[in-house]
Each structure stands twice: as structure tokens, then as C-alpha cells.
Design a protein around this ligand. Structure first.
Ligand code: CTP
Length: 397
């Protein structure tokens, strides 16, 4: 799939640099040509010799190397590739990129390039969570830089949390998507998916039967068309896709915050089955059967994420797509919902138990827009996703 693609791989100085060696091998197995650039800090983790042997290429390290400048200047090096991949992207490299610094070869290439850039951040969890890094991340995403990972897990430094570099297959999938010559190349699309869990107490919650299958399929279909997808998901049964930014949330409030933190999007698809209410008097400790009668739950309304984004006065995505899960008068209810929430399209489906749609692998939807209602034949959720992604691409082209 990557045959004849040329990737400039910048290896930063982090413990995850060892994974970059495997990344080079896998990329070459797929037919890609890899030119490595090793930062000064990167040399502390992998040797130029191993990178050179695995890539069968010269490894570039210095900005001021007259021989290289005579052979291939840094401007040319930054533009000869189809894609620049930074793996691992350290906090320092991200800060340099966000600030537009050009004080070594890697940062100069990143500033001089006219090609797409994909970064795979890797750092200690506190460094990742630091407002400065999060600010830099938002700046980079705003600049159109693609991001894969980081993942959550045990870290080499002994801590636990987000900061682990994405695994090699995830980086390759992100490279594939970045190089896909799709109609959504360079477009940022936000997708919400799955149910939300609204706590009653620390061990109990209110949920719904959404599996996340349709939202996940839509996110994958959009990425397959080249979109840079941010996938905000509640606790779903279906695992989230690999090749995109995945934000896991529990509650509707967290989902809203994640959507608002995702940055400007060209389109947004709200496929999540968000709980309409949360328990206002949710306790910090487990409710006990203490003989004082049945517990009384007070409900409060959750924020409507779809309506909030649809009605944004500044930075509203060009296309906002909602879903309507209905059991009666599907088209009439969904048409009213579109007007009430002020989204552009509603994908309406009949979730009456006899349809077997909720939790099943097929879907029969009606697309409702300002132009009216268009019913699609019953098809697999993957086919619905592919059709919808294609329509989104046409609408925001
Ligand atoms: N939605 C949302 N935030 C909420 C509730 C719903 O973003 N708090 C979104 C869903 O992701 C979906 C659309 O709104 O895209 C419709 O959700 P649905 O639950 O079917 O509609 P409701 O607004 O809850 O209306 P009703 O309960 O009357 O069906």
C-alpha cells in the first residue's frame, strides 16, 4: 500500500525511539522508502548505524553539514518526501514546532516543509498533561499537523497514563490515512460515538444499549477518505479505530468537554447515544441498603452536545450531522429534531426492537436535510458509514 511512497522519519530523543527501528522495518516491508533524521537527543536512544542499516539510507543529523548542503539542502530534504513522520515526538520537539523554531536540522525541516506532517507524541504523563504541551498540541492541530496517539498505559518511567507512543501498526495506519489520496485529505472531522455512563454512585451508573458500532464505522469510513478524525467515544462494546485521535469519556458532560477541546472541525458527526439526564444527587460513596427505604434519585438534564455545536456562533463546523434514534413517526420526529437542534443533517433510524438495529450489524436510515428526506435501503452499518462519509466529502469539498 505504501509502495513508492517516500517518508522522512524524524526520530526524537525519547525512550520510544526503539520502536522507530521497527517502524522503519515495517514501512520498508510495505515498499516505502524511508529517510531518517536523528535529533541530537535521539542519538542517545538509537544509533545512526542501526537506523541507516534498517532504512538502507543515509541518516541525516546536522543542519550545518556542507557536504549534505551541497548534495541535498535542508529545504530539498524537507520537500522530497511525501510525508514527514515524527516518532517519537518529544515535548521539546512539539514545543519547537508550535513555536516555529528552527535551531537544528529536525526543527528546520519541519518549518521548511510543504508536506503533511504526522507526529507520534511520546513523553511522561505529566509532561503530556502539562498545559504547555496541551497548548502546543492545540496549536499544532490548528496548523493541520496530524497526530497519532499517545496511548494510555504503563510508562517506562514507572508512571501510568497517556504518554506512551502509539504502537507501530497504529502509526502505519495513520501514515496510510495521511497518504491516502482521499477527498477528505486535510479535513478535520469530529465523530462522537457509543453510550454515555452517568454515575449513580461510585459503583453504579445509568447507561443505554448503544454498541458504538455505527459511530466507529463512520469514523473509519471518514479516515479512509483521508480525513483527520477525532473520535470521542463513551464506553462502547466495539473497540475504537486505531488510526485517529481517540478520546475516551464516560459522561455526557465529559463528552461535551472533549468535543469542545477537539479544536476547529470541518464537519462533525454526532453518532453517540448520549444520556439525556444525569443523576444530580450522585453520591461519592456507595448507596447502602440501610433500612431507610428506597434511594431517591434526582435527575438533571445533560447538555445537548449536538445542539450546542450546531448553534455555535463562532467556529461552527461547516457541516453538522446528528442522529435520531426513533421508534415512532421516524421521519416527522427526525425532521422536527433537525430544526430544533439546528444541525444540517439528521441520520434517522428506526430503533424499534423488531428492526434489530440497535446492537445489530445492519441499519436502515433516512437522511434528513433542508432538501427533504431520503431513505436509504437497509444495508450493513459499514455500508451506511461509507455512503455517509462519501456524502460528507461531497458536501464540504
Ligand atoms: N445528542 C447530543 N447530546 C445529548 C443528546 C443527544 O449530542 N445530550 C445527539 C445525539 O448524538 C444524536 C442526536 O443528538 O446525534 C439525537 O439524539 P436523540 O437521543 O435521538 O434525541 P433527543 O435529543 O434525546 O430527543 P428525544 O429524546 O426526544 O428523542
Amino acid at each position: 500500500m505504501l509502495a513508492d511512497k517516500h517518508i522522512l522519519l524524524i526520530v526524537g530523543g525519547g525512550i520510544a525511539a526503539f520502536k522507530s527501528l521497527d517502524l522503519v522495518r515495517r514501512l520498508r516491508e510495505q515498499g516505502a522508502q524511508v529517510t531518517p533524521v536523528l535529533t541530537k537527543a535521539g542519538v542517545e536512544f538509537v544509533t545512526p548505524l542501526s537506523l541507516s542499516a534498517l532504512s538502507a539510507s543515509k541518516v541525516y543529523q546536522d543542519l550545518f553539514n556542507l557536504t549534505d548542503e551541497a548534495e541535498m539542502g535542508h529545504i530539498e530534504l524537507s520537500r522530497a518526501a511525501d510525508l514527514i513522520v515524527v516518532a517519537p515526538a518529544t515535548a521539546d520537539l512539539m514545543a519547537k514546532m508550535a513555536g516555529g523554531l528552527a535551531n537544528d536540522l529536525a526543527s528546520t525541516l519541519l518549518l521548511a516543509t510543504d508536506k503533511r506532517v504526522l507526529i507520534a507524541p511520546s513523553m511522561n504523563v505529566r509532561m503530556w498533561d502539562h498545559p504547555a504541551t496541551q497548548r502546543n498540541l492545540a496549536t499544532l492541530q490548528g496548523d493541520g499537523i496530524l497526530v497519532v496517539g499517545p496511548n494510555e498505559g504503563d510508562m517506562a518511567c514507572g508512571e501510568y497514563g497517556p504518554g506512551r507512543m502509539a504502537e507501530v501498526p497504529e502509526i502505519i495506519a495513520a501514515i496510510d490515512a495521511a497518504l491516502a489520496d482521499g477527498p477528505l485529505n486535510g479535513r478535520h472531522v469530529l465523530v462522537t460515538s457509543g453510550p454515555t455512563h452517568e454515575p449513580i454512585d461510585p459503583v453504579r451508573y445509568i447507561a443505554n444499549r448503544s454498541s458504538g458500532a455505527q459511530g466507529t464505522a463512520i469514523a473509519k469510513a471518514l479516515a479512509a477518505l483521508g480525513a483527520d478524525v477525532t473520535f470521542v467515544t463513551g464506553p462502547a462494546d466495539v473497540p475504537p479505530p486505531m488510526d485517529m485521535t481517540v478520546v475516551k469519556v464516560q459522561t455526557a458532560q465529559e463528552m461535551l468537554e472533549a468535543v469542545q477541546a477537539a479544536g476547529a472541525a470541518d464537519a462533525a458527526v454526532f453518532a453517540a447515544a448520549v444520556a439525556d439526564w444525569h443523576v444530580a444527587n450522585a453520591g461519592d460513596s456507595k448507596i447502602k441498603k440501610d433500612g431507610s427505604g428506597l434511594p431517591k434519585l434526582d435527575f438533571a438534564e445533560n447538555p445537548d452536545i449536538l445542539a450546542t455545536v450546531s448553534q455555535m456562533s463562532k467556529g461552527r463546523p461547516k457541516l453538522v450531522v446528528g442522529f435520531a434514534a426513533e421508534t415512532d413517526d421516524v421521519i416527522a420526529n427526525a425532521t422536527a429534531k433537525r430544526l430544533r437542534k439546528q444541525c444540517d443533517w439528521i441520520v434517522a433510524n428506526d430503533v424499534s426492537p423488531e428492526t434489530g438495529i440497535m446492537g445489530g450489524s445492519e441499519n436502515a436510515v433516512t437522511l434528513i436535510s433542508a432538501d427533504g428526506a431520503e431513505s436509504w435501503p437497509r444495508m450493513s452499518k459499514d455500508a451506511v458509514a461509507a455512503t455517509l462519509a462519501q456524502r460528507i466529502a461531497e458536501a464540504i469539498a
